[in-house]
Design a protein around this ligand. Structure first.
Ligand SMILES: Nc1ncnc2c1ncn2[C@@H]1O[C@H](COP(=O)(O)OP(=O)(O)O)[C@@H](O)[C@H]1O
Ligand SMILES: [Mg+2]
Length: 151
């Protein structure tokens, strides 16, 4: 069973470190020039998962939640990682003003937290993951179909 098959069923992890290692394995199997949407409430492990992807791509700097700027750009040895936190994007059109496309250099990955806020702007081939807390440190990561967009 491939990682993606397992993710379709849902993978449970028991610590942040475990979620990071799933993130790293996911990154190893992710084609270049991909967009990954990570949905789920505050504290489910979205940033933690992205930290694992960054380890795989040999990003030298620590990956933290973008605060003032809505996104951070990390130049990994293996891939350019653009980390967008769309939490404060109340109007989807604001996505356009960020001009993120201008910063994407192949091979890249655009990882988006709170993707629902910009869903209409993400490529149709975006991989959607949803994270949730089962109980305390037991979290679940699941591959989902892109949510239907509001007309
Ligand atoms: N199984 C787990 N998977 C992911 N994070 C976990 C897990 N167990 C505990 N944690 C902790 O939960 C927190 C998740 O925070 P973070 O990744 O910033 O969430 P988000 O970005 O979704 O708001 C981290 O402090 C992490 O160490
Ligand atoms: Mg976060």
């Amino acid at each position: 069973m491939t990682l993606f098959d397992k993710l379709k069923i849902g993978i449970e992890t028991l610590s942040g470190e475990e979620t990071q290692s799933i993130g790293a394995e996911f990154a190893r199997n992710l084609p270049p020039d991909s967009t990954v949407a990570l949905s789920g409430d505050l504290g489910v492990g979205k940033t933690t998962f992205i930290q694992g992807m960054a380890v795989e791509w040999k990003v030298p700097d620590p990956v933290t939640s973008p605060s003032f700027n809505l996104y951070n750009i990390y130049r990994g040895k293996k891939r350019l990682l653009v980390h967008l936190d769309a939490y404060r994007l109340s109007h989807p059109e604001q996505f356009e003003t960020l001009m993120i496309e201008d910063f994407l250099e192949s091979p890249y990955c655009l990882a988006v937290e709170w993707p629902e806020n910009v869903a209409g702007w993400l490529p149709i081939e975006t991989t959607w993951l949803t994270l949730s807390i089962i109980k305390e440190d037991r979290h679940r990561i699941k591959l989902i179909e892109p949510p239907a967009l509001k007309p």
